[in-house]
Design a protein around this ligand. Structure first.
Ligand SMILES: [Zn+2]
Length: 86
């Protein structure tokens, strides 16, 4: 596990969290893993107040990994994370 400095940019594809009422999540309670190897995101809808959990298998998460990563950006990010600036 690694922590990313908020001043750095981390390339990633956000997971959409939409409530049954149609509103998007504004904030999360927590993110974790289930005993069944699933990603679990706990959040409350800011519009209707419904408490929701997004549950996604890790294999499904892998299917949503961006296909074409910008290697130059990824390389620059890696170097920056090592404290190396161009
Ligand atoms: Zn809602």
């Amino acid at each position: 596990m690694r922590a990313i400095n908020a001043l750095d940019t981390m390339p990633f594809r956000p997971i959409s969290l939409v409530c049954e009422c149609g509103s998007e999540a504004e904030s999360l309670h927590s993110v974790g893993l289930s005993p069944e190897y699933e990603l679990v995101v706990h959040w409350t809808c800011g519009s209707c107040g419904k408490v929701s959990y997004l549950v996604k298998t890790l294999s499904d998460c892998c299917k949503e990994v961006p296909e074409e990563a910008d290697t130059s950006e990824a390389d620059a990010f890696f170097l920056a994370s090592m404290g190396i600036r161009p």
